[in-house]
Design a protein around this ligand. Structure first.
Ligand SMILES: [Zn+2]
Length: 255
């Protein structure tokens, strides 16, 4: 578990870096599946940039998933569930987004999750256009790293209701495209990156940030010149892009 804690702290610090403008103050959260029915997640109110091991909570999946299915829970009940979900009774209160992380780790096949509030991505997601500009493509690397299709969730209160909406969006994504997305866009809130490694989560967030900044520039120059759907599909499925995707995923952590 020590290695996993170290990697989760690395991911948290990278997302929290001030120069990246992905998260400030207590924004954002990270998690990782321990593979034993529990997962690690940032405790409530922690700062990603300066997080240490005491700012992580180990949480039981079953307690959280049962609560998501219990539609009688009120706000104070949710807090009790979060306290009861801790695998170690002396650890801190887990983030209110623990419910969403549990769904992403259990129902989207991800092992690592990163969620933040990037200035660039929110400039798009909080605009009149919402998530729509991200549903077409403008350059190959965003397809390779972020995936051909992204899931979208309209704004909803953070917490258990958001988790239920995220689950519905994952089910819709599977029905529409098959499988699970690498990115869920929460409109008027921020992105969620789903990865098989801490490095993949970071790569997705960095590419999404770049993609957003390019889109914003495009809108000042007459609007994006979107790639045709067939071209985007071709980039997503061509063998050399598969090779490149694998190579990017295997890039060593650069701390
Ligand atoms: Zn958030």
């Amino acid at each position: 578990m020590t290695d996993l804690i170290e990697k989760l702290l690395w991911l948290s610090h990278e997302i929290g870096r001030e120069d990246r403008h992905l998260a400030i103050l207590g924004e954002g959260n990270t998690s990782a599946d321990l593979g034993d029915g529990t997962f690690l997640i940032k405790a409530s109110g922690g700062n990603l940039a300066s997080l240490d091991a005491s700012g992580l909570s180990r949480v039981k999946f079953d307690t959280i998933l049962d609560a998501i299915n219990d539609h009688t829970l009120n706000d104070s009940g949710v807090r009790d569930v979060l306290l009861a979900s801790r695998a170690d009774a002396d650890s801190r209160l887990p983030s209110v987004e623990t419910f969403m992380h549990a769904i992403c780790l259990r129902e989207a096949g991800a092992k690592w999750i990163g969620h933040c509030h990037p200035v660039s991505v929110l400039q798009v997601l909080c605009s009149q256009q919402g998530a729509a500009p991200f549903l077409q493509h403008v350059f190959p690397d965003e397809i390779v790293v972020c995936g051909r299709d992204l899931a979208v969730v309209p704004y909803i209160d953070p917490g258990i209701e958001l988790a239920r909406s995220v689950r519905a969006s994952l089910q819709k994504f599977d029905a529409d495209f098959g499988g699970a997305p690498k990115v869920i866009l929460l409109e008027n809130h921020g992105p969620v990156a789903l990865g098989q490694s801490e490095r993949e989560v970071m790569n997705i967030l960095l590419m999404l940030d770049k993609w957003a900044r390019i889109l914003i520039g495009n809108f000042t120059l007459g609007g994006p010149k979107f790639l045709p759907d067939a071209t985007a599909t071709r980039i997503d499925t061509r063998p050399d892009e598969h090779y490149r995707r694998k190579a990017i995923a295997e890039l060593q952590r650069q701390t």
